[in-house]
Structures are given as C-alpha cells and as structure tokens.
Design a protein around this ligand. Structure first.
Ligand SMILES: Cc1ncc(COP(=O)(O)O)c(C=O)c1O
Length: 410
C-alpha cells in the first residue's frame, strides 16, 4: 500500500525494489523446509574453536588496538599479507593496491558509486549475481547484458556490447553465482583483449575460485591483465591494469566476519578509500585482526581443503539425484567448484510457477528470472549444494523432480 513516505524518497529509491521472489522464499524459514535457494556456506565446518582462540589472544595482547578506530584502507598487516600472497602468485602488488571492505557486497556498492552514472551503460552477464544488481541499481545504470554458455560469457557477442561504451563490465569468471559456469582460458583471454581494445574497466568478482574441487586452476582476469600489460611493455612493475578484483573471506572462513578485499591500481584504491570513508569509516578492526591471525598462521591452507571436500561430496550427491529424478529433457551445469548449479527446463515450464508448487511441498530454489536484469531465464533455476546435507539434497531433488514431471504434463 502506498504511504506518504513514497513521495519523500529520492528518485533513485525507485530502483531499490523488494522482489516478489524474495517474498515467496520467506516460506523457506518454515521448519522442515528444504532450501536449495540460499547461497550460504556450510556452517557445520565454521572454525569456531580456532576463531575463539585467536579472539582471546587478540584481546589479551592487542585489545586496545582491536577495539579502537582503524584506517579506512584496512588493517595494515592484513593488507600486507594479501599483497605478498598475490605477488607470490605472480601479480605484483603492494598494500597500496588493496583495500579491506565490509564484505565484497560493500565493494560492489563502492564500485557502483565510483564508476556508474545514471542512464549510462554498464555491462553485465545474463544471468549475473543478483546482489551486484542490488548494489548497482541505486546508481541508476542502464544494463547492457551479454549471454553466457557453458564456456562462460559469449565473447562473440561482447564486441557489439562494448561498442555501446559501457562505463565498466562486471563479470564472475569462476564458478559463477548463479550458474556455476567457469570461463575457459580462451574466453578469459578474449575478454581481456577486447576490454583492453575498448578501454573498458573490468570488475572481476572472484569469491569462489579457491573452492575448486575438480579440474585445473585457471588464471584470474587480474593475472591475465597483469601479464598483458607486461607483454605490451605498458608496465614492468606494480599492477596498474584495467581489472579491479573483488575477493572475500566469506566463503573460505566465515561470512559473519564481513571481511573482504579489493585489488586495484593504487589511484583507484585512493578514490575507493574516500568513498568508503563516507560509508562506514572502516571495516571492523577486530574482525580484520581475526582474519589476519588465522591467515598468518596458515590456517586457511588447512581449512580450504576441508570446505572443498564437503562441497565436492554434496555436488556429487546433487548431480546423482538430478540424473535419477529429473526428466530427460532438463539439463544442468556441472560446476567443478563453488556453491551452485544451474538447471534449464523446457521453455513451456515457468520456474516461478514451479516455485509456488515447490514451496507447497516445502522445497525451495531461486527461479532464474531473478538473475536477469533485462528479462529472460524464465525456464531456469539456481540450486545451492553447499548448505544442505546429502539426505536433504537427495530428498529435495526427488520432490522437485516429481513436481517437474507433473508440470511438464500440463
Ligand atoms: C558473486 C558474489 N559476489 C559477492 C558476494 C558477497 O560476498 P560478501 O559476503 O563478501 O559480501 C557474494 C555472496 O554470496 C557472491 O556470490
């Protein structure tokens, strides 16, 4: 129902809309429901004891600093650790190339603030991460979309989109949310070359590449861009390229800490720092210190394989259940890492309608339309396998399979 407040909000608030799908998905909070809808990590392997131990230590030895205001760029030892790690992997950066954010979600908002203009084109994949659209929407971009297939963004269709001079492009090359798709090396290289040719900045959102449980690790766009600049003689030193990379501790440690980081040319980090100052002054010092202590001790090297193993098992259970229970004319992606896979059903089945059936049977997923800023995807859906145990995955896919068979008969 409209209220007096509707006239009081700024114009951009028109772009901040609740979604019918989110309303529907509230039902998944009912006990006994099986939700394949969320994007949550498995909480049974959260490192509670380790976090508790470092928390005690930090309070005892550095309590005053941990509870004091900090710098906007982030806790220096954590930035240095991240810079050294990246440099050891071949992308030469210093701490001036790194800013800590309160989740990558904040990074997306700050990049929207920095790069988007009302009405100007902003290039995204279709489908793309819904949270990025929510972050960018208040800056009122006009989305230009490029389709993806099983090899990632369709680079043949990229050039006409770049000819519209988007202010930047936002892509998820590895285990994409929502589709689970990974760009091949060839597509990555084509994308970097094209973006270089059209002078278009790339935002590479990379929360999942460390969660690869199968196949070969591929170079990130950041690494390829760094190499391209060096080959072209444009840089022999610290990273200065077109790619801005977002990364996070949410999926490799715990999302509740809200610790993430942005890698970018130093001048971009300076501007982002000013933008962040106006938002939250800085990310929680205490939590940054927790992440740093665990990282420094090598805990992540122990913990990430545990996460990979669990998600691998769950993905296998989901793939086997899909094979067994889903109709033959339904297809799905087979991600080699990450948290999600993507299902395509025949065109006459609308997955929003299927969701209403599914919720009655206490099973939830996210219909694909939610991830397409300019429409489409009504016969697709995202399934999450990280946050549900194998019995529930099997049971959930069984129930969904029955509903799909029934819908296809209509
Ligand atoms: C693609 C993508 N980007 C960003 C985020 C936000 O991550 P964070 O918890 O670091 O804010 C998520 C979370 O699911 C995500 O899937």
């Amino acid at each position: 129902m409209p209220t007096i407040w509707d006239q009081r909000y700024a114009q951009r608030v028109q772009r901040i809309q609740g979604s019918a799908i989110r309303e529907l998905l509230k039902v998944t909070e009912i006990p006994g429901a099986i939700s394949l809808a969320g994007g949550l990590p498995a909480e049974e392997i959260f490192p509670i004891e380790q976090i508790s131990a470092v928390t005690q230590r930090i309070l005892t030895t550095q309590g005053r600093q941990a509870l004091q205001y900090g710098t906007t760029e982030g806790y220096t030892p954590l930035r240095e650790w991240l810079a050294q790690k990246l440099t050891s992997e071949g992308v030469r950066v210093t701490l001036d190339n790194i800013m800590i954010t309160s989740g990558s979600q904040q990074g997306l908002d700050l990049l929207g603030k920095l790069l988007a203009n009302p009405g100007d084109p902003l290039l995204v994949e279709s489908p793309t991460y819904m949270g990025a659209l929510q972050a960018f929407n208040p800056y009122e971009p006009a989305y230009v979309t490029v389709r993806s297939d099983n090899d990632g963004i369709v680079t043949d269709e990229l050039e006409p989109a770049l000819q519209q001079h988007p202010r930047c492009m936002y892509v998820l090359p590895t285990f994409q949310n929502p589709s689970g798709v990974t760009f091949t090396l060839e597509r990555r290289q084509q994308l970097i070359d094209l973006a270089g040719r059209y002078d278009t900045p790339i935002i590479e959102d990379d929360p999942y590449s460390q969660l690869r449980f199968e196949g070969e690790q591929l170079p990130t766009l950041l690494a390829l861009e760094h190499a391209r600049q060096q080959q072209n003689g444009q840089s022999d030193g610290v990273y200065q390229g077109n790619v801005i990379q977002l990364n996070t501790f949410s999926k490799i440690l715990a999302p509740g800490l809200r610790i993430a980081w942005i890698v970018a040319p130093a001048e971009v980090i300076s501007k982002l720092t000013l933008a962040k100052q106006g938002t939250d002054l800085h990310t929680a010092t205490f939590n940054q210190m927790i992440a740093y202590e665990l990282a420094r001790e090598g805990f992540l090297e122990e913990h990430i394989p545990v996460i990979r193993k669990l998600y691998h098992e769950r993905r296998d259970v989901m793939l086997a259940a899909l094979d067994e229970y889903f109709p033959d004319n339904v297809s799905w992606t087979r991600p080699q890492g990450g948290l999600f896979l993507w299902v395509t059903v025949p065109e006459n089945v609308d997955t929003v309608q299927l969701l209403t059936d599914a919720l009655e049977h206490r099973i939830a997923f996210v219909p694909g339309v939610a991830f397409h800023p300019n429409g489409g995807g009504s016969n697709t859906m995202r399934l999450n396998f990280s946050n549900v145990n194998p019995e529930k995955i099997e049971e959930g896919i069984h129930r969904l399979g029955k509903l799909l068979h029934a819908r296809m008969l209509l």
